[in-house]
Design a protein around this ligand. Structure first.
Ligand code: XIL
Length: 391
């Protein structure tokens, strides 16, 4: 997990690019669409009546990967029940246009097509994020300080998916109260254009897709410590400033990568934070919820209860009328990016069969797709979600 002051290591981006490329090779788009179409109960009439739930305020979403979209697998069936799909990394600039001028949309198309078949929403994630900006773009931006490559990238994605993807993270992870420039992370875009890049990027996105809901999204905003508190204040100030200047910002994403070691959430403080954000006119989403455990020696039931309890706090906060969705950073423990954090866990993932107790248990389903107490907590808290209504 990145702390507020430590940007995530570049090695992660390289690894995920390799993963992305491997996935591209492994999953032809047509195969996904065919499997999805052939899935039992996938008649459009059913989807259209029970599918998108426009009256519900709080959708249940998850980050997904194209290779998981086999509608006949247990995971694929669960994914079909979500209201909202977010590409875990295949939507990133580096995963789409790793060679300049040669974008490849196969993975993104597969996700969007799957969602259309099953009447689900997609959130574009994310247009600008330091960690998955292609090397060629970093070099170009540093050398020329020109918006041209960013504009082309926005046109590639926002243009292609206009009216199909209606919600976009335009800028991801821009706050840095510890080492930033006036609280904004010194990333490629900040260095090239100054802190005004956030506003310019949002305006540029609006120019290309006037109807999409545009978001900024950030981490380390939920816990009870001075860094998270400074980050909340800085994000709120940024949002207030953007709204005061009529910058097209519709939503704020709070990632919600939670850690049991950091203790109970400061609920009163967080409620006020949500209210203050909402007062600026934005809606809010919890965008990347998962829980890092701190003691895997405890009995399984106790471990799962502690995880579910921490997320119950987030779901409680999500009852705020400004919150439109709660998205988990994956559905199944075995796929969680949190497993990468501990070498012992990575080793456990290589064994067969995988012992579900040997993994971090921070997502709704275990590695065998057994629902955990967390999944029951989610269904009880999001009764309007399609998952709860189809249960
Ligand atoms: C992570 C993915 O889960 C990893 O698989 C990838 O290697 C790196 O990115 N904040 C974000 C997400 O906004 O995009 C990150 O996802 C997790 C942190």
């Amino acid at each position: 997990m990145a702390t507020a002051s430590t940007p995530q290591p570049a090695a992660r981006a390289l690894r995920s690019r390799r993963q992305a490329l491997a996935a591209i090779a492994a999953v032809p788009m047509t195969a996904i669409a065919t499997r999805a179409l052939a899935a039992p109960g996938s008649q459009r009439s059913i989807i259209q009546t029970t599918g998108r739930n426009s009256s519900a305020r709080q959708d249940y979403g998850a980050a997904i990967r194209p290779e998981q979209l086999d509608a006949n697998s247990a995971l694929g069936l669960a994914i079909r029940r979500l209201d909202l799909l977010v590409p875990e990394y295949h939507g990133q600039w580096d995963a789409v246009e790793w060679r300049r001028g040669d974008p490849w949309f196969g993975n993104y198309d597969a996700i969007v097509q799957f969602a259309e078949i099953f009447g689900q929403r997609v959130r574009g994630h994310s247009l600008l994020w330091e960690q998955m900006t292609p090397a060629w773009a970093r070099a170009d931006l540093a050398a020329n300080r020109s918006w041209a490559p960013v504009r082309q990238h926005f046109q590639n994605l926002l243009g292609r998916y206009r009216n199909r993807i209606e919600e976009w993270v335009v800028v991801n992870e821009m706050i840095d109260t510890e080492d930033g420039a006036d609280g904004l992370r010194r990333n490629t875009f900040q260095r090239a254009f100054g802190n005004g890049y956030v506003a310019t990027a949002l305006r540029m996105a609006r120019g290309i897709d006037p109807h999409a809901r545009l978001m900024i999204n950030d981490f380390s905003l939920c816990h009870d410590n001075p860094v998270d508190e400074r980050r909340r204040q800085r994000l709120l100030a940024l949002v207030e400033q953007l709204k005061a200047r009529d910058v097209p910002l519709d939503m704020v994403g709070i990632q919600g990568h939670l850690e049991l070691a950091k203790g109970a959430l400061p609920m009163a403080r967080l409620r006020r934070f949500l209210r203050d954000l909402a007062a600026t006119g934005v809606t809010i989403a919890f965008t990347e919820v998962d829980v890092l455990e701190d003691d895997r020696r405890l009995p399984l039931a106790r471990r799962d209860a502690r995880v579910a309890d921490m997320v119950a706090s987030v779901l409680d906060l999500a009852a705020d009328p400004a919150v439109t969705s709660v998205t988990f950073w994956g559905l199944r423990d075995g796929d969680s990016w949190l497993q990468e954090r501990a070498p012992a866990t990575l080793a456990a993932l290589q064994r067969r069969p995988i012992d579900p107790a040997s993994l971090n248990r921070g997502l709704p389903f275990d590695c065998n797709m057994q629902p955990k107490p967390l999944q029951r907590t989610i269904l009880a808290s999001l009764p309007q979600s399609r998952f709860a209504r189809m249960a």
